[in-house]
Write a protein that binds this ligand. Sequence first.
Ligand code: C2E
Ligand code: MG
Ligand code: MG
Ligand code: MG
Length: 280
Amino acid sequence: AAKGRGRNRYAFYTADLAARAQSRMQIEQGLRTAIAAREFSLAWQPQVDLRNGALLGAEALLRWHSPPLGTVPPDRFIPVAEDSGLIGELGQWVLEQALRQWRDWQRRGLAVGRLGLNVSALQLRDESFINQVRAALQLHGLAPEQLELELTESALQATEGAPERLRLLQTLGVRLALDDFGTGYSSLATLKLLPLNRLKIDRSFVHELETETRDRALVRAIVGMADSLGLGVIAEGVETEAQRQLLIRLGVLQGQGWLYSKALPASEFERYLRLHPLGG
Ligand code: C2E
Ligand code: MG
Ligand code: MG
Ligand code: MG
C-alpha cells in the first residue's frame, strides 16, 4: 500500500510539473499578443495616513485578463515576462498608462497625490529606462517627486550597478522605495549601498502582528532604522483595525491594505477619490 501511495504521489507530482510547464508556455504565448490585444489594465490601491485614513496616493498594480487563460495574477506572469524578454515592453506600457491616467485625474480636478509604480530588475538594468521615465514625466507633465518607483530587494541584489542606476534616477527627482522590505537575503547591506526614500514593510510582518511579539519587535526595529537613515516607512497588507492600531503604536503612520481598499479598477478608484479627499 505504501508503494502504491508513493507511486500516486509521484504521478501527481509529475502531472503538476507538466501542468505548470505547460501553463508557463501558455502564459508566454499569451503575453506576446496581450498588449496589442488590450488585455492589460491597471488597478489602483490607495495609500493612506493610518491615523485618520486620509489619502496620500496610490500604487498601480498590473492586471491581465487573457481570454483563454482567464485572470492571471502578476506573481505568475511577471516572472515569465522577465524570462522571455517581454518585461521591457510591458514595463513601458505600465509607465505610460499609469502616468497618463494620473495626469487625467489631475486635469479633472481630482487630487491624487503620489503615484507608486513597480519596477522589475530587468527594467532597471536597461540603459534606456531612465530616459523612458524622463520622457513619460515630461509628456504627461507630472512633477517627478509625485512618482515613486518601487523596487524589490531581490531585484536590486540581482542587479549589477544598481546603486549607480538608482542615483541616476534620483537625479530626475523621482522617489525610490524598497518594496517587500525584510524579505530579501541581506536587507542591511541593501540599505547601506542604495539611495532610497522609503521602506515598504512587507505584509508578512504585518499579518500576525497581533500574536507575534517577534514581528512587533522587528517592525519597531525597522522603524528605528528608517528614522536613523532618514527614510520613510509604509506598511503593506494592513487588513484589520487591530493591525492599524498596533502599527501606529510601533511608529508606522502610513499604510495600504484591504482594511482600506483592495486595488481598484480606474472607475472605482475614481469613486474612492471623490469619497476620500487627499490628506497630508
Ligand atoms: P507588491 O508590489 O508588493 O504589491 C502588493 C501586493 O499585495 C498586490 O498583489 C496587492 O494586491 C496585494 N495586497 C494589497 N493589500 C493587501 C492586503 O491587505 N492583504 C493581502 N493579502 N494582499 C494585499 P498583486 O496585485 O497580486 O501584485 C503582486 C506583485 O506583482 C506585486 O507585489 C509586484 O511585485 C508585482 N507587480 C504588480 N504590478 C506590477 C507591475 O506593473 N510591474 C512589475 N514589475 N511588477 C508588478
Ligand atoms: Mg509594490
Ligand atoms: Mg510589496
Ligand atoms: Mg510583493
